[in-house]
Design a protein around this ligand. Sequence first.
Ligand code: RM4
Ligand code: MN
Ligand code: MN
Length: 424
Amino acid sequence: MQLSEQVIQENNHKILAAHKRKFETVAAEITELKQILNKLVAFQIAIPSWALGTGGTRFGRFSGAGEPGNLEEKIEDVGLLHALNKASGAISLHIPWDIPKDPTATKALAEKHGLKFDAVNSNTFQDQKDQKYSYKFGSLQHVDKKVRKQAIDHNIEVIKHGVELDSKALTVWLADGSCFPGQLNFRNAFERTLESLQEIYAALPSDWKVFVEYKAFEPNFYSMSVGDWGQSYLYATKLGPQAYTLVDLGHHLPNANIEQIVSLLMMENKLAGFHFNDSKYGDDDLTVGSINPYQLFLIFNELVEGMDAKGMNHANDLGWMIDASHNVKDPLEDLLQSVEAIMITYAQALLVDRKKLVEAQLVNDTVTSQEILQQAFRTDVRPLVAEARLRSGGALQPLALFRSEKVRENLIKERGKKTVATGL
Ligand code: RM4
Ligand code: MN
Ligand code: MN
């Protein structure tokens, strides 16, 4: 199914007067209104191909209906999101969950929906059917060279798929590590991982980047071969200028100061970008902004400050992606909520009075510093985000329109009630 521009415009028209009233109230307070709206229009968040179906936990999975059964339908779903919010203009593929069989046709379909291909993701955390060696005891760090070779070859294969789609980055997330003390020699495991990553790095096209994603624990519960940002930074530094550290918000130990990590990685020009989600306990993969929106704001505050200090392009210089799992919500509704939360938080961070903040910092005025941040965080910027969407041809209220146009019901009619398995 596709949502026509006409349907979107007609619906916008019905609620336009109310929107304008709210927008004008907020807009009146903002000096750099035009620049902020342009930045919001340009900002795009990639949707992972594995987030379009219902996810689950190791205890069970309760899938919905009308979910996409192949890559084409997944692209169509991201196209629907993008038509509604004009901020989901990219898709990120996980190989081998989504191998493009006919890359030219896949690219043409994505273009039709106004979508680009974001980073491609390799998968050496599961054994695939007909795979020669098992990853039970690791992949790029495995003690057996043959297993490492197989994992390296897979990553190189993923780069090739990405090249065919004009993707520009490879994300490597490793489940490698150990479950028990004594199982691995940490130093040797690091050195083997580095050697394997070096071979993958050598296969990168010159305009590509490799993102090294870290995670504190799970599936290994004693050590992870890329367990935190320090280890990822070590790999990225040793690999070279095309390698960066990727931050997934759910991959830290509780209460980690993620905003400080982000700030320092940017200082070193080693921040790749983000996997956005939210969590209360661990890698919960919940809707962005659903648990701790203030933390997300503090992260965006550092991002905006750091990108401006480095003269970076907010929309293009870092990778922005959602990495969430939808166990009890309609995946598309959940993704609309996540994108909205990201846009709101980005807009709030753009509102921070940086000049005043620096002045307050330099005289140790902690009270004013806090006031400045919270003034921005407590501003209702939803009308600004809606205005940016309106100017890009999107819907003023994407979620409401998704429901009133009965998008899921239509997808069920088209695709049937049959539920499909996601990669996870
Ligand atoms: C991992 C990690 C990776 C993602 C897989 C599915 O926890 O977040 O980015 O590719 O899950
Ligand atoms: Mn991730
Ligand atoms: Mn994760």
